[in-house]
Design a protein. Structure first.
Ligand code: QVM
Ligand code: CO
Length: 467
């Protein structure tokens, strides 16, 4: 059938049932002797419930993947995150919680009760973070799920943030001994609430609130030494319609380009919105970096002309013949008297990363990301790119027939330059139906080593390297 052939084209969106523990992987090439630690990643790995298909890439049930590197050897484990959403789906054979673009099937009278029941998903398939020396998987509902980084065992929901608001980001920032993130509270008078958690503490201190009639969908935000930057795209929701209409989460958002995009600059010390900078409408999932330059603030993002990328990531779209979504490009916005926009790299680029511990919130030189070979037609990400944001020069890693995952930068212990280190990426070899851990020299962007996993790993989003 058509479905089988398209699944063949994209094993990246085929469910993975196999779970393995501490499987030793063959290593081709040579790992740097200093490289020791664990790559921990999350991503969707199951796209069906009973006989229903989940509709969107962001809906799939979270699985954790662990590549442990030690003394030139690699071991691999993977395990589904045992969330309420996953347990309900596997035990009952039906969707029990509302995902990004797929809702449970409910009859009218059930819908009525749904208004009063908790159907907020804990399906943490977007990112991994550490807090207070513990590991958590995250999504955009404020329900982080803790797990054991050795066994990948699910430990349960930690510091449930649903009291703070309805929606958050899976991209908290860490700087100066604190974690910063924000929640959106959806109600008649909706609010963005920016909060901090000092390292090692679970208390969330809301230090800035901004009220909004129609809050925007913002997947990440920027941070400088003194400011939090919210890029408020004109992809907005009417909170009352959200409550009364029976639509999946993201389908409540509307693209209203006349509103333009507003950068809100919030001072970290006082919580004041010190300035608002309006520019033409655009959309982004990912901030790359931000920093202060004299009186200006520089904000780098992976920008799209509009929010249609969200529609382009429905699984039916991805699996369709001739799929060719628009790619993001790396744009710099300089916020001063005016907003000046400059393309740093024409793209396509996504899932951006930097040498975070060294240059986040600072002037920097290198951004990494996944990219696309343009010919044959554009596809889901299938290359890795490194961009010199000062010169616009780009290096690429590519291998025909493979799909690359988010590049994670790991600095070498004796680093002097920003790009002294390696890039780790989980790459899917579509023909072999197997993924491998790829290790590149971040400086030259040449392959150092790879370690094939025992199965395909569906394409995921974000991870971290823990050493
Ligand atoms: C309710 C809801 C959800 O780059 C990857 C991005 C992935 C983003 C994901 C997976 C976002 C998921 C968001 C499932 C939102 C759910 C929220 C926030 C508010 C509740 O009142 C209603 C459960 C639909
Ligand atoms: Co993201």
């Amino acid at each position: 059938s058509g479905t089988a052939s398209v699944d063949e084209r994209h094993p990246g969106f085929r469910s993975l049932e196999n779970e393995v523990a501490d499987r030793s992987l063959p290593v081709e090439g040579e790992l740097p002797s200093w490289l020791e630690g664990t790559l921990l990643r999350t991503g969707p790995a199951k796209f069906e419930v009973g006989d229903r298909h989940l509709r969107h890439w962001f809906d799939g049930f979270a699985m954790l993947h662990r590549f442990a590197i030690d003394d030139g050897a690699v071991t691999y484990s993977n395990r589904f995150l045992e969330t309420r959403a996953y347990e309900h789906a596997t035990d009952e054979g039906e969707l029990g919680y509302r995902e990004f673009a797929t809702d449970p099937c409910r009859r009218i009278w059930e819908r009525f009760f749904t208004l009063f029941s908790d159907t907020t998903t804990d399906n943490a398939n977007v990112s991994v973070a550490t807090h207070a020396d513990r590991f958590r998987a995250m999504t955009e509902t404020p329900i982080p799920v803790e797990f054991d980084p050795e066994t990948l065992e699910t430990l349960g929901v930690v510091a449930d943030g649903t009291d703070l608001g309805d929606l958050t980001t899976a991209h908290p920032h860490r700087d100066d001994g604190e974690t910063i993130n924000y929640v959106t509270d959806l109600s008649r008078t909706s609010e963005y609430r920016v909060f901090r958690m000092p390292d090692g503490e679970h208390e969330r201190d809301v230090f800035a609130t901004v009220s909004r009639d129609r809050p925007a969908y913002m997947h990440s935000f920027g941070l400088t030494d003194r400011y939090v930057i919210l890029a408020e795209f004109p992809f907005v929701v009417d909170p009352l319609e959200f409550l009364v209409r029976d639509r999946p989460f993201i389908e409540n958002y509307e693209w209203v380009p006349d509103r333009g995009t507003r950068f809100l600059v919030i001072e970290r010390a006082t919580g004041e919105v010190v300035s608002t900078h309006e520019t033409d409408a655009f959309f982004a999932f990912h901030h790359v970096n931000a920093f202060e330059d004299g009186d200006d603030i520089v904000v780098d993002v992976v920008a799209y002309d509009d929010a249609s990328i969200v529609e382009d990531l429905y699984l039916e779209e991805i699996r369709s013949e001739g799929y060719s979504p628009d790619g993001g490009r790396l744009d710099r916005f300089r916020l001063g008297e005016t907003v000046a926009r400059e393309a740093l790299y024409e793209g396509p680029i996504e899932l951006p990363g930097i040498n975070y511990d060294r240059v986040n919130a600072e002037p920097y030189r290198y951004a990494y990301g996944v990219g696309n070979r343009e010919n044959p037609p554009r596809d889901v990400p299938n290359t890795l790119v490194k961009v010199d944001v000062e010169t616009g020069a780009a290096s690429e890693w590519e291998e025909p027939g493979t799909y690359a995952g988010e590049p994670v930068f790991v600095e070498s212990p004796d680093a002097t330059a920003e790009d002294d280190g390696v890039i780790l990426s989980v790459v899917l070899d579509a023909a072999a139906e197997r993924s491998f851990l790829l290790v590149l020299d971040a400086g030259t962007f040449e392959e150092l080593a790879r370690a094939p996993a025992p199965h395909h790993i569906p394409l995921g989003f974000h991870g971290i390297f823990a050493d």
